[in-house]
Design a protein around this ligand. Structure first.
Ligand SMILES: Nc1ncnc2c1ncn2[C@@H]1O[C@H](COP(=O)(O)OP(=O)(O)OP(=O)(O)O)[C@@H](O)[C@H]1O
Length: 289
């Protein structure tokens, strides 16, 4: 993922005079980040996810950034006139994979979710749990840069739930972003870079969930930008602290486990940032501010 997706002053209401479901929402989702969205029933979580996935447009405000996006809806249309293998291979091809690679990816994802036995069964005949496996596989088959999951774990058996958690970790480690809603507060506990709560049409954002990582070793990254350039906004979601140290240089302290995410964000910014130094915090001798 090269660029963040950013919602700026976004509002959404259904119908010209309908009540505002979301209003004044500002949210940036950067490369390599995992964001949890929570909130009461009917608060607007799915609305926010559909906006992020660009399946819906805001009534006001702006959305920027167009990563390759995949979405698992809360309700997957199970009765599609395909077999899982045919459907996934077709989607792989739509995502630009050559025919054989698409067929291989389809098979691999069905195997990962324990659904290979019914790869050739018409989808309309699948159980709810089995069609949910196809729903998550269809989102992963094209290696999306942004993965949006609306209650995607619901209906999966335990091994498939664990596999989806692994797939999420793989996506973020590869520099992709994942935004998810799940009714189980333990889902991916401790992993999200931020949790956003939809309440009264507004979004309250809490950074963190990386307690263990922050308690671990820290890395100091010194970077230099072009005159007057601003750090990409999602950098603040990864670093523990940051300070400008003069001459366009910034000294950023980041959990060592997240330094790859920070470096990727800086190097893929437009224009890219020059990395002056990366040292373990214990060896960082100067430039403290
Ligand atoms: N297409 C639509 N047309 C009209 N109203 C809608 C539409 N989609 C959502 N709404 C309304 O917007 C509000 C927020 O719905 P949304 O599905 O985004 O909430 P949610 O937090 O995901 O809910 P849940 O937790 O029940 O899934 C609700 O009042 C809902 O009725």
């Amino acid at each position: 993922m090269r660029q963040e997706v950013r919602l700026t002053a976004v509002g959404r209401r259904y119908g010209l005079r309908g009540p505002w479901v979301l209003r004044g929402v500002d949210l940036g989702v950067g490369p390599g980040t995992l964001v949890r969205v929570d909130g009461a029933n009917g608060s607007g979580k799915s609305t926010l996810l559909r906006l992020l996935a660009r399946l819906d447009a805001p009534s006001e405000g702006r959305i920027s950034g167009r990563p390759r996006t995949a979405y698992v809806p809360e309700r997957f249309p199970a009765a599609l006139p395909f077999t899982p293998l045919g459907y996934l291979a077709h989607l792989g091809a739509v995502h630009g994979l050559p025919r054989e690679a698409a067929a291989r990816a389809a098979k691999t994802w069905l195997e990962r979710f324990g659904a290979e036995a019914y790869g050739r069964t018409p989808m309309a005949r699948l159980s709810k749990g089995s069609s949910q496996k196809v729903a998550v596989a269809q989102a992963l088959v094209g290696d999306p840069e942004l993965l949006v999951l609306d209650e995607a774990w619901t209906g999966l058996d335990a091994p498939a739930r664990a596999e989806l958690e692994r797939a999420v970790a793989e996506r973020t480690a590869a520099g992709g972003a994942v935004v998810f809603v799940d009714h189980d507060p333990r889902r991916l506990a401790g992993m999200p870079d931020a949790t956003c709560t939809v309440t009264g049409g507004r979004l309250e954002r809490r950074t963190g969930g990386h307690g263990a990582a922050v308690a671990g070793p820290l890395t100091v990254v010194t970077v230099q930008g072009a005159t007057g350039s601003q750090l990409p906004s999602h950098v603040s979601e990864v670093v523990v602290s940051g300070a400008e140290i003069g001459g366009g240089r910034h000294r950023l302290v980041v959990p060592a486990s997240r330094s790859d995410v920070l470096l990727r964000a800086l190097l893929t910014a437009a224009p890219p940032w020059h990395v002056v130094g990366v040292v373990p915090a214990a060896d960082d001798s100067g430039n403290r501010s």
